[in-house]
Ligand binder design. Structure first.
Ligand code: NAI
Length: 340
């Protein structure tokens, strides 16, 4: 999945194979909202991972058929399906990574914040169940507005006494995937080589691609920077409008979610060279939650890579200051919801 896939892991697996010691796939992943537009395609991609032994699919409806279909793929992960609140707890037992795409998607004309009222309650209920049944799992929130649903999840976990900020992630991988794609197209680069850090949050102007930190090093005109930044920020709306009422970005999101899950599994498996951008509890800025590049390890966030925020261009610095009030308001809205 990853343009930042590291050679070390491939090397170590090669060595293990040579020595006849291939490690059995051991990790279990649960997807909550698995029958939806976003839930289904990453379930397929994650089913292909050699690192998982079990894939638990939970939804309030229509999950049996998805599970029957997926279970015919001859990859190691065993598929189990769970329908409705009575089966939620069982879907989470023994799970290492929980992915949450449950909720309603945007329709044309809606912002991610318009989803707040419905999705906030869904995320609260699901995270309560995670706290009760697999409190040590990595929790990956896809349900929008991510800027608020992650703070909601953190409050719920605190209320349950099991909050580990290193294991709670807002999935912003799609912003990086889009930034990499659009920059590679614009600059005629090999996609596999391109890595653009995207920081801030996951809605509108809170999505801040740091184009000056693009690897490989590349120069942009000011006009290119402004056009690319706006395109990356509005790419979700591009898809929502093209689908004209039939959902939001699901396939590119599936790719991004599967990449983040695979990175997490590699980190859990002991790979010591796994980096992704994610929206997490953070001390990088004065905001309590902030997306930035992180290093993933067995215990979750092993390090926050702050160096991307050093030496920003004037445009990036201004954009960073401009996003803070909106992101702060979204965080406070989430925290207030969880505590009311
Ligand atoms: P969808 O409507 O196709 O699927 C949502 C699924 O959630 C349905 O299967 C529904 O039955 C299920 N669901 C609803 N309430 C539930 C509950 N209480 N427990 C378990 N499952 C429940 O919507 P889609 O397109 O899959 O989008 C899902 C979410 O992902 C939306 O909030 C959307 O905004 C968000 N999203 C996030 C992105 C990101 O980059 N983080 C990108 C695109 C969308």
């Amino acid at each position: 999945w990853s343009s930042v896939r590291r050679p070390r892991s491939a090397e170590s697996r090669q060595i293990a194979q040579t020595a006849g010691q291939i490690r059995a796939s051991t990790f279990k992943v649960a997807i909550l909202g698995a029958a939806g537009g976003i839930g289904q395609p990453p379930s397929l991609l994650i089913k292909m991972s050699p690192l998982i032994s079990g894939l638990h699919l939970y939804d309030i409806a229509n999950v049996k058929g998805v599970a029957a279909d997926l279970s015919h793929c001859n990859t190691p992960a065993q598929i189990l399906d769970f329908t409705g609140p009575a089966e939620l707890a069982n879907s989470l037992k023994g799970v290492d990574v929980v992915v949450i795409p449950a909720g309603v998607p945007r329709k044309p004309g809606m912002t991610r914040d318009d989803l707040f009222n419905i999705n906030a309650g869904i995320v609260r209920t699901l995270v309560e169940a995670v706290a009760d049944n697999c409190p040590n799992a990595f929790i990956q929130i896809i349900s929008n507005p991510v800027n608020s649903t992650v703070p909601i999840a953190s409050e719920v976990l605190k209320q349950k006494g099991v909050y580990d900020p290193k294991k709670l992630f807002g999935v912003t991988t799609l912003d990086v995937v889009r930034a990499n794609t659009f920059v590679a197209q614009k600059k005629n680069l090999r996609l596999i080589d391109v890595d653009v850090p995207v920081v801030g949050g996951h809605a509108g102007i809170t999505i801040l691609p740091l184009l000056s930190k693009t690897k490989p090093s590349v120069t942009f005109t000011q006009q290119e920077i402004e056009e690319l930044t706006v395109r990356i920020q509005n790419a979700g709306t591009e898809v929502v409008e093209a689908k004209a009422g039939a959902g939001s970005a699901t396939l590119s999101m599936a790719y991004a979610a599967a990449r983040f899950v695979e990175s997490s599994l590699r980190a859990l498996d002991g790979d010591s060279d796994v980096y992704e951008c994610s929206y997490i509890q953070s001390e990088l800025t004065e905001l309590p939650f902030f997306a930035s590049k992180i290093k993933l390890g067995k215990q979750g966030v092993e390090a926050v890579i702050g160096s991307d925020l050093e030496g920003l261009t004037e445009y990036e610095q201004k954009s960073l200051e401009a996003l803070k009030p909106e992101l702060k308001a979204s965080i406070e809205k989430g925290i207030a919801f969880a505590n009311k």
